[in-house]
Design a protein around this ligand. Structure first.
Ligand code: BGC
Length: 410
């Protein structure tokens, strides 16, 4: 009884002294919520209370929309999950605080990989704090189904289609796929990177080079992409990514193309890498790595400013060594900070880490690392419409995509 009273008193004190920080994010699936809870706990240890502003919706489309509304009405949250070129957009309209004003960033050149620093830098200033590195171009295999059907790992697209046929013929769904714009485009991105290679991928989806976007090779990518549709389950149309990943957990589907946040979900369900699911390169993608770096920005506030020490505590926690290990273990990503002890990480994370350090890196355009979310939304809609409309033609689609990109950029 005495202990309980003491505990309650301590909790009360903690509550009185802890300062709230409102954080907008879209980590709402299993694995994501476990990772977020680790962040919440680490912050509480610094006396900072996480005020949760989570918006459901894959890839953060709804979260970013809500953020715009809050910001335009002059009431942004203290912190938000913003990444890639969107950081520059928010900076240029003067809504963000510079990280160098919040905390000491002098060690960043030593502790963060260059590509990560570049991602959070706008006009020479750090404008966001990075937290993790996700790999997007993974193919996940259901071990039980692959064992049962004695299937090899697909390393070429020919073998992939052959295996997909066999899985389908055995009565399983070949590709776990939720069939939303964002998932359709993620599937496309993985295939496009594989078939085009890093250089052409960048020319098309980072530089938006018209010649590459409308090239015969790109038309071929779209045609191959359409072939994947027959292996998805039409009753899954409109379902979120984690519902598709659940088909792997339930042994209903044989394969899934998804970023490694899916691994976070499976692990949170008690599954084990290489025992229950296997991570492999997307066919014909050895050494190619499409990256997605999550980061948080701090909003300039007019009225109730977030106290500096709270902001500093938040920023420093994100990059602290213990937190980097614990959080990324749960999230399915790899640490953004160099030199983190990864003994507890599984084989998939080790592969991701090795490929990140030695492979060819490209920013994932479906995860907002290559363009603003505004442009990304239009692109993923065009790709998805093509995928879901049997009558849609690849040549018209590449021309339309290229035109739409130009119309937005010029
Ligand atoms: C985010 C990940 C998240 C995933 C699915 C991505 O855009 O970067 O952190 O897990 O969406 O919600």
């Amino acid at each position: 009884m005495k202990c309980l009273t003491l505990l309650l008193a301590l909790l009360c004190i903690a509550n009185v002294y802890a300062s709230d920080i409102e954080v907008l994010h879209w980590w709402t699936a299993k694995g994501e919520t476990e990772a977020q809870a680790i962040l919440e706990k680490a912050l509480l240890e610094e006396n900072i209370k996480w005020n949760n502003f989570a918006i459901v919706g894959e890839g953060g489309e709804s979260a970013v929309r809500v953020l715009h509304m809050r910001a335009l009405s002059g009431n942004p949250p203290d912190v938000a999950q913003i990444k890639g070129p969107d950081i520059g957009e928010w900076t240029r309209i003067g809504m963000l605080e510079e990280i160098g004003q919040i905390t000491d960033t002098s060690l960043w050149p030593q502790i963060l990989p260059q590509i990560v620093r570049e991602t959070v830098t706008v006009d020479g200033k750090y404008m966001a704090v990075p937290i993790n590195i996700h790999r997007v171009n993974w193919l996940w295999l259901n071990k039980a189904i692959f064992d049962q059907l004695s299937l090899p790992v697909p390393t070429t697209w020919d073998s992939f289609f052959d295996i997909a046929d066999k899985i389908k013929a055995a009565g399983y769904i070949a590709i776990a796929h939720g069939g939303t714009d964002w998932q359709d485009a993620l599937l496309f991105e993985s295939m496009a990177l594989s078939l085009l290679g890093a250089e052409k991928y960048k020319q098309a989806f980072v530089e938006h080079d018209k010649a590459v976007l409308t090239s015969p090779e790109m038309i071929h990518v779209f045609e191959q992409f359409k072939r994947l549709h027959q292996y998805t389950d039409s009753s899954m149309r409109g379902k979120d990514w984690y519902q598709a990943s659940q088909l792997i957990s339930n042994n209903k589907a044989g394969m899934q193309f998804m970023g490694d946040w899916a691994k976070g979900m499976w692990n949170a369900q008690g599954k084990t890498a290489m025992v229950d699911y296997i991570c492999v390169d997307v066919p014909e993608s050895k050494g190619l790595f499409s990256y997605n770096i999550d980061s948080f920005v701090f909003f300039e506030k007019n009225g109730s400013k977030t106290p500096r020490e709270i902001q500093r505590g938040f920023a420093d926690t994100l990059l602290s060594e213990k937190f980097q290990a614990d959080f990324n273990l749960a999230k399915g990503s790899i640490p953004v900070r160099k030199g983190i002890n990864m003994v507890k990480f599984d084989q998939c994370s080790h592969k991701s880490f090795a490929d990140f350090n030695s492979g060819e890196l490209v920013p994932s355009f479906t995860q907002n690392l290559a363009s603003t979310s505004y442009l990304q939304n239009i692109m993923i809609k065009i790709i998805s419409n093509y995928f879901n409309n049997p009558a849609a033609d690849a040549t018209n689609t590449v021309n339309y995509l290229s035109l739409a990109i130009r119309a937005i950029k010029e």
